[in-house]
Design a protein around this ligand. Sequence first.
Ligand code: NAG
Ligand code: NAG
Ligand code: NAG
Ligand code: NAG
Ligand code: NAG
Ligand code: NAG
Ligand code: NAG
Ligand code: NAG
Ligand code: NAG
Length: 397
Amino acid sequence: MKWYLWLLNLGLFYAASEARRDVRRKLTAQLNPDCPDDICDEMSNITSMVHVSSQGANDAIHYIWDLTGKPSALVALCGPDVTLKIDWRNFMDDKDTSVQFSEKPRYVFGVVLSRLWVYNDEEDVGTFTVTNTSQINSFPLHNFAWERLGFHASDDSVEITVRSRGVKDLSGNFELSLATFATPDHGPMTPHLMHTENSTQIDLILDSVHTNETFPQPRFAIEVVLVAMEPRKDNYTVVVRKSLDDEFTPGIFKIINVASPASLNASSGGYLQYRPVSYTHEERDVTTSTQTYQSSPATPNNAIKKLNNTIFRSIFGDSVETMLVQALNVSFGGSGDGFYTKYNYTTWTFVVGYGAPLPDKLSLFVVVVATIGLGVPLLLLCCGGCYVCVKRVRNNT
Ligand SMILES: *[C@@H]1O[C@H](CO)[C@@H](O)[C@H](O)[C@H]1NC(C)=O
Ligand SMILES: *[C@@H]1O[C@H](CO)[C@@H](O)[C@H](O)[C@H]1NC(C)=O
Ligand SMILES: *[C@@H]1O[C@H](CO)[C@@H](O)[C@H](O)[C@H]1NC(C)=O
Ligand SMILES: *[C@@H]1O[C@H](CO)[C@@H](O)[C@H](O)[C@H]1NC(C)=O
Ligand SMILES: *[C@@H]1O[C@H](CO)[C@@H](O)[C@H](O)[C@H]1NC(C)=O
Ligand SMILES: *[C@@H]1O[C@H](CO)[C@@H](O)[C@H](O)[C@H]1NC(C)=O
Ligand SMILES: *[C@@H]1O[C@H](CO)[C@@H](O)[C@H](O)[C@H]1NC(C)=O
Ligand SMILES: *[C@@H]1O[C@H](CO)[C@@H](O)[C@H](O)[C@H]1NC(C)=O
Ligand SMILES: *[C@@H]1O[C@H](CO)[C@@H](O)[C@H](O)[C@H]1NC(C)=O
């Protein structure tokens, strides 16, 4: 009867993972909340700030996506009745404390995309380990103007998509999509990252970007700044995990988690999660995939300056200095893939959330296949066994 127990186990496991799907938070979203006409109309589609409140049983998670300066996403765990107040005039002037929660958040985490690097990968190694500064160009992302292409909010998800034409010396199509969901699930778009009910998914596309001809072998990298309301003596930890299967992200068996100390120790901190994959074509599949690499998180010299022109300074002012602020570089492309100019297309998708990054769970498909593949032979074996026994007993009598 072992197979029976085994099936039961599998069933229970699946029921347990399925139960997580019942987790549902109530989403309320606003684009440019209470922005006076003279500020938001005038700049029509290039002023985008989204506030989402995601109500749980005894608390609310607030997301703020700010695309007015350096693209930033903030996740704040607050009490159930907390509201957000924005002094738009001061906010647009980058003044401290121009954005305020009505009550101090219990926890805050977030990321800032602070700049884009273009480097000449002379040795074709893929990683961003170039030291010759004449082989590196840096483009601060607060100089990019992000035009809004779409904003969509429903009970299940909230999403904004913006595009920039780039800056002088680096023109092209830069696209960012930010989305959050009411329930945990896999994202709709390849690499189908797993998101929890407490996370935001961010997708970046660098399409037809004209890189400088002085770099014949160009690759891109991005500087990501992580901010957490935690003691600044600690470090973020990069954990590379092997995943169970590649059903959702063909060919990619690794998951990278960059976790804050509180996320790592107590599942009550912030984290960034992604698969180390970048796609070189709109059709995202295994044939158009290449790698990504990240550096280890390092503390910037001046956190205040790093977080200038971001929502973090608008809320916390100079006290961002007391928070855990570290940055890492993520580069796109791997050795032998022909560099950026082979396809002139690169993507990166990652999830930013509160809690602990979820381990990838087995899908129904895998469970069914495993059940049939292992269960049926066992069943046949047992039936056969019974049949032989019964026959023997009958023959004996
Ligand atoms: C840096 O790169 C430039 C341009 O390729 C080259 O002229 C220079 O010698 C390099 N410097 C070092 C220290 O390798
Ligand atoms: C944004 O506004 C500008 C000027 O009003 C217009 O040229 C552009 O097409 C708009 N972009 C989008 C995506 O609607
Ligand atoms: C290319 O890079 C060189 C050196 O960094 C710079 O002088 C030149 O203006 C750049 N050209 C373009 C089109 O960006
Ligand atoms: C990509 O762009 C560069 C110029 O920036 C061009 O030389 C190259 O042919 C383009 N590659 C493709 C595949 O279109
Ligand atoms: C954080 O990282 C730095 C540099 O790698 C190291 O010197 C320091 O000891 C680390 N701090 C902790 C608390 O692990
Ligand atoms: C996390 O756990 C490690 C070892 O168990 C400990 O040294 C560290 O102080 C803890 N950090 C936090 C933020 O609790
Ligand atoms: C922050 O950015 C503003 C421009 O937006 C600049 O005037 C100011 O000097 C910057 N502050 C710091 C500390 O870098
Ligand atoms: C990112 O790369 C640049 C250029 O190599 C380097 O100056 C910077 O320190 C790196 N940042 C981090 C956080 O490693
Ligand atoms: C989501 O946040 C709530 C707090 O509001 C927490 O209790 C829960 O464990 C978090 N979920 C995950 C998957 O981390």
